[in-house]
Design a protein around this ligand. Structure first.
Ligand code: LLP
Length: 385
């Protein structure tokens, strides 16, 4: 089944560009809100890194989600879209001083701290401003996410977080400091996770760690389990809504919250992934020795996921109804890895046809680059066409 696109309108636009279907985005947000409302102490932040397009962020903010930011630029993008600063969390393994100061100046809700040196710098910078910064510690839970190695974050070998063995020491250090307030624990095991037992494993690990602090009389107000819920890249039309019900229910069932604790989530891909497509034009169809190539005007500079993670996005010729033929679908960049997919069956394709690369709303536009002196792709929302 192919997606539905306003092809007449597309013909007037310069390709390649990102197209966001706001109906899909709004339905997804409505589903998140409906499911999360079943659990009064659950709170969802949107991981801005997945897509920081201003109009997309604005719709997400209108639907009440907070923002999970990993840079000063993302904090600015969230604020520009109207996200209240008390709904902004700031994570990242290497926060620069100006970024910490930006968070302090805006009184953001919480810094997710990843090391002792970082804690010391936050304490110092907050002292200079006469402020007290809320801090949570990102603990590396050493839980596998069974996903691509490049998007696994919660294993002991990864650079992220503080080791479990150091947790109590760093919590006590924070409690002894005057300009930070320890408010929570933060975790994130990886991205594009479809097996709920991985989130279940994280829940059990959180329970163990919480118990350790509890026996020491340390009260944790906020638990943040990060994001990671995956989407269906293979069937974006049939299955455009991630399983939010199963996701929240897994945590509700397995993660033991103490009274008055809030459980925070940082979902990126699950919120914006399915609403976006990269729309591109076929420049040439080239007959190779034993295959044919569809050469697009979009390349790895516009959507790097296939080259970087061997990710597979559904590819559709949205202007042809001819019988199916097989193509290697490639971009124009001077790199052998600039291949979107090999041996894909498309309706017979010719120069000038429009191609949609689906499920590209997360980690698509935001990861675009100008390599080969190319322009960044533009973006249009369905509301605006
Ligand atoms: N929280 C933290 C601390 C994270 O590092 C991430 C993603 C998220 C939340 C959101 O994860 P999500 O719900 O989107 O899975 N560029 C890669 C994905 C990198 C994810 C990095 N961290 C890709 O295109 O697959």
């Amino acid at each position: 089944m192919k997606g539905t696109f306003p092809v007449d309108k597309f013909n007037e636009l310069q390709t390649p560009f990102y197209y966001y279907d706001t109906k899909v985005l709004r339905e997804t947000l409505a589903c998140v809100n409906k499911e999360v409302a079943k659990y009064p102490n659950f709170c969802v932040h949107y991981a801005v890194k997945a897509n920081a397009n201003h109009d997309i962020l604005t719709i997400i903010r209108e639907n009440g989600l907070g923002a999970d930011c990993v840079s000063g630029g993302e904090i600015r993008a969230a604020i520009a879209a109207g996200v209240p600063s008390d709904k902004i969390v700031f994570a990242g393994v290497g926060k620069a001083d100006w970024e910490i100061n930006l968070g302090l100046d805006n009184n953001i809700f919480c810094f997710n701290v990843e090391s002792i040196p970082e804690l010391e710098v936050i304490n110092e910078l907050a002292a200079a401003k006469g402020k007290v910064a809320n801090v949570a510690f990102r603990i590396n839970p050493n839980v596998s996410a069974h996903t691509h190695a490049n998007i696994t974050t919660g294993l002991a070998e990864n650079k992220f977080g503080i080791s479990m063995a150091d947790m109590e020491r760093i919590v006590e250090l924070a409690i002894s400091m005057d300009h930070v307030k320890f408010v929570g624990l933060h975790f994130h095991i990886g991205s594009q996770i479809l097996d709920m037992t991985d989130f279940e494993a994280l829940s059990h690990r959180v329970n163990e760690l919480q118990e350790k602090l509890h026996v020491r009389g340390v009260h944790v107000e906020h638990i943040n389990v990060g994001g990671g819920l995956g989407i269906d890249y293979k069937y974006p039309n049939e299955n455009y809504m991630p399983s939010f019900a199963a996701y929240f229910a897994t945590y509700a069932k397995h993660l033991k919250l103490y009274p008055h604790q809030t459980l925070h989530f940082e979902l990126g891909r699950a919120i914006t992934g399915q609403c976006g497509s990269l729309i591109s034009k076929v420049l040439y169809v080239k007959q190779g020795a034993n295959k044919q190539f569809a050469i697009l005007d979009a390349g790895m500079t516009d959507l790097i996921r296939p080259a970087l993670y061997q990710a597979s996005h559904q590819i559709e010729n949205i202007t042809s109804e001819e019988p199916l033929e097989e193509y290697d679908v490639v971009g124009p960049i001077c790199e052998s890895s600039d291949v979107f997919a090999k041996g894909v069956r498309l309706n017979a394709t010719k120069r000038g046809d429009l191609i949609a690369l689906r499920s590209a709303g997360a980690y698509g536009e935001i990861m675009a680059s100008q390599y080969n002196c190319r322009e960044l792709p533009k973006a249009y929302l369905s509301d605006q066409l």
